[in-house]
Ligand binder design. Structure first.
Ligand SMILES: CC(C)(COP(=O)(O)OP(=O)(O)OC[C@H]1O[C@@H](n2cnc3c(N)ncnc32)[C@H](O)[C@@H]1OP(=O)(O)O)[C@@H](O)C(=O)NCCC(=O)NCCS
Length: 213
């Protein structure tokens, strides 16, 4: 199945989600690629990674762009040449891009036992109290996604998930919450939206001030 969903998160932010069922060849022949992308594609070790990368280019086309409209800064953060903001994530069978008038960070994560196992290393463990085992996996995965998404907004060296990014407690049914980054003697607040797509968790982070516009 190609494009799975286009979701309008608000008046100025759209999410495009792809479920990857195509072969490498099908994807490769369906997208124009710039020279940098061809070189990058050739260095990728797994076909799964290559397909994730190519499916993102398909999503760009759904959004009215091509690979030629995209470039990366020295940290690996993607940017669009027209000044709109983009964030990218891919995980196994799915990829997603979000395009917005404001800075955003997104993350797609597969729900897995291992994320719950390492939860004490990256989140406030009391936030998993009074939940079933499955709900604990879901919530730990959302929190991991929150930290990845906030990291993608800030894009700064030295940010650690357990030491600098903090989720405020939330309920899984709310599908939104808040988080904060305490780094370099400043505190910044983020609004988080999350959802579940098959066995995946999708998380989108906004700077809280962005939503006041
Ligand atoms: C860069 C990072 C956020 C990527 O996240 P990921 O879950 O591994 O992979 P995703 O598929 O979700 O995201 C990959 C995309 O993020 C984007 N990206 C990469 N570096 C980025 C950065 N510095 N800022 C914003 N976006 C970035 C890219 O678009 C990339 O895909 P592409 O290169 O194919 O276009 C992650 O690897 C990372 O470095 N995290 C912070 C380090 C950390 O603290 N880790 C945990 C320690 S407890």
């Amino acid at each position: 199945m190609p494009l799975l969903k286009i979701i309008a998160l608000n008046d100025f932010t759209k999410v495009f989600v792809w479920k990857i069922t195509e072969t490498f060849e099908e994807l490769f022949h369906s997208v124009p690629l710039n020279e940098v992308s061809i070189a990058r594609l050739n260095t990728m070790k797994s076909e799964a990674h290559q397909k994730g990368f190519l499916s993102v280019r398909r999503l760009l086309m759904e959004a009215g762009y091509t690979d030629f409209d995209l470039y990366y800064d020295e940290f690996g953060k993607p940017h669009l040449k027209d000044g709109k903001h983009i964030s990218i994530s891919h995980s196994h069978d799915f990829s997603a891009i979000t395009i917005s008038d404001v800075i955003i960070g997104i993350d797609l994560e597969i729900r897995k036992e291992k994320t719950l196992k390492i939860a004490p290393r990256f989140m406030e463990i009391s936030h998993l109290e009074n939940l079933s085992h499955d709900e604990q996996i879901q919530k730990a995965t959302v929190v991991w996604g929150i930290k990845e998404a906030v990291f993608k907004i800030k894009n700064e060296k030295g940010i650690s998930f357990p030491d600098h990014i903090f989720e405020h407690d939330f309920s899984l049914t709310d599908k939104n919450c808040t988080a904060e980054l305490r780094f370099n003697k400043t505190v910044e607040y983020f609004d988080i939206l999350f959802d579940f797509i098959e066995e995946y968790v999708f998380v989108c982070a906004f700077n809280s001030v962005s939503l006041e516009k």
